[in-house]
Design a protein around this ligand. Structure first.
Ligand code: AMP
Length: 481
């Protein structure tokens, strides 16, 4: 059985209905069970007020019911808004205020909280994905049903995933990387093995679980795969069915690709690139030994079918029907980030610096703005600035990034200016730090909370009245140990 992403209904129902569809962190579902539960979910959602073009928020972490709810929402044409519990309740509330959902579905409790939902101006969306926003609030990326259908077609035609692939899913569903596994599982009739944070933390039993389900495709950021290399059991001996590493979300270091080639000589490594705003990914390349010998840093690949890539004034721009329909209720941003291409298709200015060779092979050369990736998480520094500024007694807040020599972000340092600060910048002591971190964690997910905080009399500004982040790092470096 599979879920058809043209008609948005279950298809080939007589084919292997008992095959595994979803291994949630809590329980597993065959394809027949997934179909029955998704149909039942759709009924319950309708009873709670869900209807086409009115979003439904799904809140949880790796329960089988989370996957059921996504399939059920696709069945009824209600765009789903996936929110992982890594987001604190305050962020869930802010997202709900922005999307005006018909209901919030709690996947752990299996309950709907009905709301006064509002129809979206955009019709026929598959999902709305929230990502860090530079104004202090997360921003909703609206992805159409046509875009997810294109995503699955590309994966199944070009990635060499084989019949009924079994995906290792680890990224929270509130990160669009995870939509790779969701839509490829649905379209192929394969399976999605979802892994909760606690399961992954257990190490060897987690790898044994992947082996038991015969996982064939590993989907993660490069950072996540890098963390696994310390475990010798992360190997073909433990994971004999694994044949593909599918990476996206941040630069793939060639050193990591080389280590994986050594550890898993028979597995293909795919580097893919693209922002959430263009439905998970836009380019791809298999990182073979020949590619490794020819390039360092590695390229991010060629454009996927039916997509055009442009590099305008150094900035990567993406054209195609997989480009979002716009940020929800943000005409200001849509005005600057979206454009209409000469052929009438949607175009998106990524903010990524790039270079393309004559064959169309793309290289990503970093960002033009204050958006960063930390362990694969996308963060707008301005959103952290806002949260710091909102702390009691603080007159100004800003955040800076400590980087490795290769440019990768490793740590966030927060700076607060206010009455409590002395004459010169000083690190907050452990007691004060934990209190302030607790406050920040009410608003921000853990990966956006700075690891250290510096109190300073004033924040350094550049000549155009913006925070001077380079001088913040100098301030930090100047603090006596
Ligand atoms: P996200 O929307 O979370 O997928 O983040 C998208 C951003 O991550 C892109 O605009 C790039 O800055 C970066 N990115 C994603 N994939 C890659 C890649 N393969 N190589 C380099 N940077 C990447």
């Amino acid at each position: 059985m599979r879920f058809d992403l043209k008609s948005f209904a279950f298809a080939d129902e007589a084919h292997a209905p008992g095959a595994l569809a979803v291994a949630g962190a809590d329980r597993s579902l065959s394809w027949a069970q997934l179909r029955d539960e998704a149909l039942a979910w759709a009924e319950a959602a309708r009873a709670a007020g869900a209807r086409p073009d009115v979003p439904v928020v799904i809140y949880g972490h790796k329960q089988a019911a989370f996957f059921v709810a996504m399939a059920g929402a696709l069945l009824i044409g209600a765009p789903f808004v996936p929110v992982d519990t890594i987001y604190p309740p305050e962020r869930l509330r802010r997202i709900a205020d922005i999307v005006r959902p018909a209901a919030i579905y709690d996947a752990a409790a299996g309950r709907f909280e009905a709301r006064a939902g509002q129809e979206l101006a955009e019709r026929g969306l598959a999902y709305v994905m929230f990502t860090s926003g530079s104004t202090g609030d997360p921003k909703g990326v609206q992805i159409g049903r046509e875009s997810v259908s294109l995503l699955a077609d590309w994966m199944l035609q070009c990635f060499g995933l084989g019949e009924a692939p079994v995906f290792m899913n680890q990224a929270p569903f509130s990160f669009d990387l995870s939509m790779y596994e969701v839509f490829a599982t649905l379209a192929s009739g394969g399976a999605c093995v979802m892994n909760a944070r606690e399961q992954i933390a257990a190490g060897s039993p987690w790898l044994a679980r992947l082996a038991e389900h015969r996982a064939t495709v590993w989907v993660s950021t490069p950072s996540f795969a890098h963390q696994q290399l310390v475990n010798r059991e992360f190997s073909p001996a433990t994971l004999p069915a694994l044949r593909t590493f599918l990476f996206c979300g941040e630069p793939l270091p060639s050193a990591l690709a080389k280590k994986l080639r050594q550890r898993f000589p028979d597995a293909a490594i795919l580097n893919t690139y693209g922002p959430t705003e263009a439905t998970v990914a836009t380019t791809w390349i298999e990182i073979t030994d020949a590619v490794l010998a020819a390039h360092d840093p590695l390229p991010v690949g060629h454009a996927k079918p039916a997509c055009e890539l442009l590099v305008r004034d150094g900035e990567i721009c993406i054209v195609g029907d997989h480009v979002m329909r716009g940020y929800l209720n943000r005409p200001d941003l849509n005005e600057t980030k979206l454009f209409r291409h000469v052929d009438g298709r949607r175009g998106f200015r990524t903010g990524d610096l790039g270079q393309m060779d004559k064959s169309g092979l793309l290289f990503c050369r970093g960002r033009m703005d204050d958006q960063i990736k930390l362990n694969g998480y996308r963060i707008e520094l301005a959103e952290i600035d806002e949260a710091l500024h909102g702390l009691p007694g603080v007159q100004g807040g800003a955040c800076a990034v400590l980087r490795r020599p290769d440019g990768a972000a490793v740590r966030l340092i927060g700076f607060v200016a206010g009455a409590a600060a002395g004459e010169s910048p000083a690190l907050l002591d452990a007691g004060a730090l934990s209190g302030w971190k607790e406050r920040l964690a009410r608003r921000l997910p853990p990966y956006m909370v700075p690891s250290e905080l510096v109190a300073c009399p004033a924040l350094p500004m550049s000549s155009n009245h913006k925070i001077d982040r380079k001088r913040l790092i100098d301030l930090y470096a100047g603090i006596p140990a």
